[in-house]
Design a protein around this ligand. Structure first.
Ligand code: NAD
Ligand code: USQ
Length: 397
């Protein structure tokens, strides 16, 4: 299959591109490299020493003999280049990971709020419009987010994208209808994923675009079988207050002797998936595109749920860290329950890797190996969800 990986220089995109290439896909990475520029803007760097994209693909060719194409293109502001790419490349599948994905960054300032909406909404819409304009039948696989469902305080098993609701009509006759699960975004970033869903629904219905939307949980770990082949293939590992996600942050915090930063009580329950399972799921989704026709296929890409304080306890137990409850910079429920259905991906062959596995030890070892690259000043989260907290922290509004 000819497969484009949009956002293929990122944390999920790079190992996805390698995994697809290793499994016989003819891969082209399309990326604006905006993420590397944001690192510079913020003055942060990946824990791991990631190489420039050109060097990465050359190392992959040397290690495996396989070629990966690279195109630098900003989907949000270069729609004509995107049309040319689709016309010339004729992909069978397009994996779309090219969005600004940090919730804290999306709440950091009016500038980053606008950037997140402008970048993500325009990137997704340009892609959909270009697929239609070029008459492409490519299967679009988008990385969405579990967070679009919102977090309830009542026990509930989240379905995969759709909900059947029933209501009495004007004559009192009970009617049933399937609707997109109502979104309840908790950040401007999650808001853009909610908007993506509507665009997918429209283009699937109006133009017959074949779309799979993967509602992914929080990804942890860093290495995959492919990125471990050569040190130049190493994957990104964010730990800073904006881009570091909770479990990876705890692993780095433990490695440098920083207290594990549990926000509030730590009762927030979230869904998780290891990066190795994430890339396998994306391949399963891409390769089952023939199943997709008509409505958007939504699959929950998660393997387990944990509350934040339990995660901290597990990491502290495995690595000797100390847990600290810090003021929560976010506006979110202090505690919630979370049940998630993931029948679709299990049905396609996903074999979940659970947290208490050797991979946790592997991730701890990576964190320890590169601990001297950590800037402890970049660990605290300095993006706040509301003005009162900004004022409390002395951050200009
Ligand atoms: P990342 O920031 O590491 O990578 C995103 C990549 O997309 C970067 O290389 C960036 O340069 C590129 N990009 C962004 N905007 C672009 C544009 N307009 N044009 C071209 N390239 C652009 O993020 P990630 O962690 O790899 O996330 C990838 C996708 O997976 C995102 O859509 C994210 O919402 C989703 N996701 C990530 C996680 C997670 O825990 N990391 C969890 C669930 C969903
Ligand atoms: N948290 C802490 N301590 C920290 C960091 C975070 O307690 O040091 C808490 C947060 O308050 C939150 C939870 O951990 O309750 C998750 O935060 P996170 O930063 O790990 O995840 P989130 O902001 O939701 O975003 C990440 C990715 C995003 C993806 C999303 C999947 O950055 O791209 O879409 O996970 S999900 O959460 O399922 O929507």
């Amino acid at each position: 299959m000819r497969t484009f990986v949009l956002g293929g220089d990122g944390f999920c995109g790079w190992p996805t591109a390698l995994h697809l290439s290793a499994h016989g896909h003819d891969v082209t990475i399309v990326d604006s490299l905006v993420r590397r520029r944001i690192d510079e803007e913020l003055g942060v760097q990946s824990l791991t020493p990631i190489r420039p994209l050109a060097e990465r693909v050359e190392a992959w060719r040397e290690a495996t003999g396989l070629r990966i194409g690279v195109v630098t293109c900003d989907l949000a502001i270069e729609p004509d280049a995107l049309v040319r790419l689709l016309t010339e490349g004729r992909p069978d599948a397009v994996v779309h990971l090219a969005e600004q994905r940090s919730a804290p960054l999306s709440m950091k300032s009016p500038h980053y709020k606008r950037f997140t909406v402008d970048n993500n909404v325009r990137a997704t819409h340009s892609l959909l419009a270009a697929l239609v304009q070029t008459g492409s039948d490519a299967h679009l696989v988008h990385l969405g987010s579990m967070g679009v469902y919102g977090y309830e305080t009542v026990p509930l098993d989240l379905p995969e994208g759709y909900l059947t609701v029933s209501y009495p009509d004007d004559n009192g006759v009970e009617r049933a209808r399937e609707i997109l699960y109502p979104t309840q975004p908790g950040s401007v970033y999650h808001l853009t994923k909610s908007l993506d869903q509507l665009m997918f629904q429209f283009y699937a219905a109006n133009d017959g675009v074949r779309i799979t939307d993967l509602h992914q949980g929080i990804v942890w770990g860093t290495q995959t079988d492919e990125t471990a082949l050569d040190h130049r293939l190493i994957n990104r590992f964010d730990y800073d207050g904006d881009y570091g996600t909770v479990l990876n942050r705890f692993l780095v915090e433990a490695a440098v002797g920083h207290p594990l930063t549990v926000h509030g009580s730590g009762g927030q329950t979230r869904a998780f998936i290891n990066i190795r399972d994430s890339v396998r799921c994306i391949r399963l989704a891409v390769e089952s595109g023939d199943e997709v026709a008509g409505r958007v296929r939504v699959m929950n890409q998660v393997t387990e749920t944990h509350c934040v304080s339990d995660l901290a306890r597990i990491v502290a137990g495995a690595s000797g860290g100390v847990v600290s409850n810090v003021a929560n910079p976010r506006r979110e429920a202090d505690a919630n329950t979370l049940g998630v259905r993931n029948d679709h991906l299990l049905g396609l062959g996903l074999e979940p890797t659970l947290l208490e596995s050797d991979l946790l030890v592997e991730s701890i070892e990576v964190a320890q190996k590169y601990a001297d690259r950590v800037d402890p000043h970049r660990i605290p989260c300095t993006s706040y969800w509301n003005r009162e907290r900004e004022a409390m922290a002395g951050v200009p509004s």
